[in-house]
Design a binder for this molecule. Structure first.
Ligand code: 5GP
Length: 206
């Protein structure tokens, strides 16, 4: 079925383990490209330019917005985050599935602009487990953990906007489930209209 790749949005609370799961998906399965976002926030210790993010000043980011270089963008906790357009378009055209790890405001922009995008929300097995994971990082103060848990309450209001939810109990299992969902979504008729048209044409010609 020779077609363009799928645009896949993955969202989830801080501490839900999105990063690990996406890492497994791209390493263990073929045909995925991960989009690297631009952000105006400062790098955290260990983060690398062009690997974790493209780090920009607010002015540079606003220039990218003005030049229409972003597929979507949002302001989140006083910083800009956005998806560079060129990379995504190139990868989709070459038939690869492109993963966007973005928050809900951006996810809603993608849903509107790309009706065939697949939106997936990753959930922790329980709130208790989420708190345990946030605490286990050992880098966050109690105040930060409480504010992340409050944000999770807010973000949980938007879950029904997504097409699929996946519970991340183990990252291997979760990556396998994600791959299954994406694969199934790639086979719906509305995402394969060009192929269906071709078959119809060929049938008439026979
Ligand atoms: P962090 O600062 O912890 O790396 O990311 C904060 C939030 O921004 C996360 O929910 C992450 O998914 C989201 N995010 C990262 N890149 C983008 C992006 O390009 N667009 C949008 N809308 N959100 C993003």
């Amino acid at each position: 079925m020779n077609r363009k790749g799928l645009l896949v949005v993955i969202s989830g609370f801080a501490g839900a383990g999105k990063g690990t799961v996406i890492g497994k998906l791209t390493e263990q399965y073929e045909g995925y490209s991960l989009s690297i976002s631009a952000t105006s926030r400062s790098p955290r210790p260990g983060e690398k330019e062009g690997v974790n993010y493209f780090f920009k000043s607010r002015a540079e980011f606003e220039k990218m917005i003005a030049n229409n270089e972003l597929l979507e963008y949002a302001e989140y906790v006083s910083n800009y985050y956005g998806t560079p357009r060129a990379f995504v378009e190139k990868e989709l055209a070459s038939g690869r599935n492109v993963l966007l790890e973005i928050e809900i405001q951006g996810a809603m922009q993608i849903k509107k602009a790309f009706p065939h995008a697949v939106l997936i929300f990753i959930l922790p097995p329980s709130a208790e487990e989420l708190k345990r994971r946030l605490t286990g990082r050992g880098t966050e103060t109690e105040d930060v953990i409480i504010s992340r848990m409050k944000r999770a309450v807010e973000e949980s209001q938007g879950i029904e906007e997504y097409d699929y939810i996946v519970v991340n109990g183990s990252s291997d299992k979760c990556a396998e489930e994600l791959h299954g969902i994406i694969n199934a979504a790639a086979h719906t008729p509305e995402r394969n209209s060009a192929f269906i048209e071709r078959i119809r044409r060929e049938l008439k010609e026979q």
